[in-house]
Design a protein around this ligand. Sequence first.
Ligand code: N7H
Length: 460
Amino acid sequence: PVDLHNIQGDIFPGLPKKFEAYWFIQIRDGQVNQFRTKLFKLLPLITSAAQAQRDQDQIDHYKGSPAFNGQLLKLSGVNIGFSHKGLVKLGIADPITNTTTDPFQTGMFNDIGNLNDQADKWLPDFKKDIHALIFITGESLATIHERYAELKWILGSTIQEVKLTVGNVRPGKENGHEHFGYLDGVSQPNIQGIDKSPDPNPVEAPIPQGLILCKRDGDVIGTSTDPFPRPDWALDGSFMAFRYLTQNVPEFQAFIDAKNPPGAPQDFLGARLVGRWKSGAPIDLTPLHDDPALAADPIKINHFTFDAQSQERCPFAAHIRKTNPRGDFTPDIAEKRRILRRGIPFGPEVSPIEKQNQMTVLDRGLLFKCYQSQIGVGFQFLQQSWANNTKFPFGRTKIPTPGFDAIIGQDPNGGDRTMDISATNDPNSSLDLPVEWVISKGGEYFFSPSISALREVFAL
Ligand code: N7H
């Protein structure tokens, strides 16, 4: 059984948060051993899965109690991950991936040819060497700042800051919604033997632990006859893909408003691009109108598969169908690709002037982060082989090609994209999508070690 005191809490069950600081750092030359000593001092601050669960229980209990006056409990979490460059810097020579072409080893910037990112869109900071990512969650900016100051004081001159960026949950009714307005964090895989019952995801079978946690059942690396032996300390670590994605919200909404079919409910077209209405209700269950009551039901909101032969209810290239095709294939195909998403929006709300001019002025978007036991099976595969691949899902003969994932699909040359949205399998209803709704401006791949590995292998 997995020891929840030994897994970093962001992997599972996720750190409770209203704000989250992402602190990208370099370990200074000549300071490696000093850094490792400081890391040892920092270990008591790392939030385990067990602690994160206790924090969430405490929040739920407090919110349900008569003492709750709207003020949030002061709580903070800290987790850490290392890039491949970070492992090299630390002199941790044991390879945790089996080939030099593994995306973790190449790093995300060298992987952008596979992801179809445009190098000139990347922020200069993400082109620098990043050794580690420390992230800090909290209920307020003040709490985050306190923790940040404490970590900075502990690590002192052993590190240099590359970038600090802070995400925040959106205010009021938009709480839990990403910047385009859609409810996020709805569909997450359940992990065998770890997730609490009752199972919030009744249709999909729980996934093997090894799809998320290294060296657990289902973490098949190498071939079945020649499996790659990861070092023992990789056990219960997980690979994290981080993406700095900006979203052009007024432009997206203006497009939807302009192209929404006459007579259709507001955001009908947007729902067909995403696969869910803004409330979170899946269009596979309610294709013609939003249904907030359905969305509020934690079982019904995920109670659908997709009809493999038809996109009458949900386009094949809708974002949630591209990234989790469910019943489009036999269960093993989609299940193998499940990831745990742990992102947070960043940036201000759209201003009245941006809305009026239908033009983004201030950067906002998603600090996307997800966990899997192999980047090439999870995030990289979803982006490269499904979202960017206009022919996926394959073999759907009634339409010419499904097209790009409307939300995250990227053309290799940064060109325009098309998507088939026909509700009637009409071969002529391909929709031209402008390039710039979600723009990748950077990121990196990290390894989030278990807490015992941090103590015994990383720290001194
Ligand atoms: Fe997506 N969006 O607002 O449109 N995503 N996503 N995503 N995404 C999902 O189920 C969004 C991104 C997945 O099991 C929902 O939580 C935006 C990347 C997966 O049904 C919404 C961005 C990748 C799922 C969004 C973005 C994924 C999913 C529905 C970038 C991986 C679960 C709510 C700015 C390569 C699918 C939910 C399932 C769901 C949006 C990025 C993957 C609303 C705006 C980069 C696996």
